[in-house]
Design a binder for this molecule. Structure first.
Ligand code: FPP
Length: 260
């Protein structure tokens, strides 16, 4: 795994560059098509300030808004944000319910800006088990933005990478049972086509904030050859300049996809 600060390649931007300079620098090269982010560290951000964890999530929503704007400015085609995993339900009940209402409100209030920016929202994950208000909110915004042609924002919500693979296996098993497909015919392409967003290219770059070196059940199939960038910055402090810095670092890498 390549980690921020360890790459000596061209592309790793000097620390003193500001947001505008970083943006100009990354725009001069090919930007990745798809960036995925594990937004981590809201709880620690709050705890370090003596605040309740939910205060960190509130700031986390603001950071998400900033990064969606920055991704749009940069011209990314796809941005996937890990907003809530299938494992996150095991958090204390009050934290889960506050997160749900925060997300519900954020989704509703973002609709005008998503429309103005031509951003399409799509859900990545199960809607079963999700509180009705949140589910309806996501479905409404996904529907309203369905014809937008700019950035596609994939919100991984109630998402689990293993769950997604299990769902794909079930779909393929049904096709085998129906006699449409032989077991030996099943290829990587069949599995990829049975995933939640089969038409979306695999992420080029995966960013994780707060310094943890884990994948946390995120996009397990899709990240086979994705480049990693991990920063100690906690999610509420992650800004546009951090995104541009990650992309600059990515632009300096040689991707081999298992070859030489
Ligand atoms: C991790 O912090 C963050 C989450 C559990 C996801 C919640 C994300 C947001 C509220 C951002 C908003 C996103 C959108 C798309 C509107 P943590 O609680 O795991 O932090 P910790 O590891 O420090 O405890």
């Amino acid at each position: 795994m390549a980690v921020k600060g360890t790459s000596a390649r061209a592309g790793a931007a000097p620390a003193e560059l500001g947001e505008a300079e970083l943006l100009a620098r990354v725009r001069a090269h090919r930007v990745p098509e798809h960036v995925a982010i594990i937004m981590d560290g809201n709880g620690r951000w709050a705890t370090r300030r003596g605040l309740p964890r939910v205060a960190g999530h509130r700031e986390g929503v603001k950071a998400a808004r900033t990064i969606i704007r920055a991704a749009d400015t940069l011209g990314l085609r796809f941005l996937t944000l890990y907003a809530f995993s299938t494992e996150n339900w095991s958090r204390p009940e009050d934290e889960v319910s506050t997160l749900m209402s925060l997300l519900e409100r954020a989704i509703h209030s973002e609709l005008p800006e998503l429309m103005a920016r031509n951003v399409r929202l799509r859900l990545l994950g199960h809607t079963r088990g999700v509180p009705a208000g949140v589910r309806r909110g996501i479905e409404h915004v996904a529907h309203e933005t369905r014809n937008n042609t700019g950035l596609t924002l994939l919100m991984a919500f109630n998402y689990g990478g293993r769950d997604e693979i299990v769902d794909a296996v079930r779909a393929l098993a049904r096709r085998v049972q129906a006699g449409e497909l032989g077991p030996e015919e099943i290829s990587e392409a069949h599995v990829a086509q049975a995933l939640y967003a089969a038409d979306v290219p695999d992420p080029d770059l995966l960013i994780r904030t707060s310094g943890e070196m884990r994948v946390s059940n995120f996009l397990l199939w899709q990240i086979a050859y994705t480049e990693f960038w991990v920063t100690p910055t906690l999610w509420p402090d992650f800004g546009a300049a951090d995104l541009y810095r990650a992309v600059a670092d990515f632009q300096g890498r040689t991707r081999r996809f298992g070859g030489v």
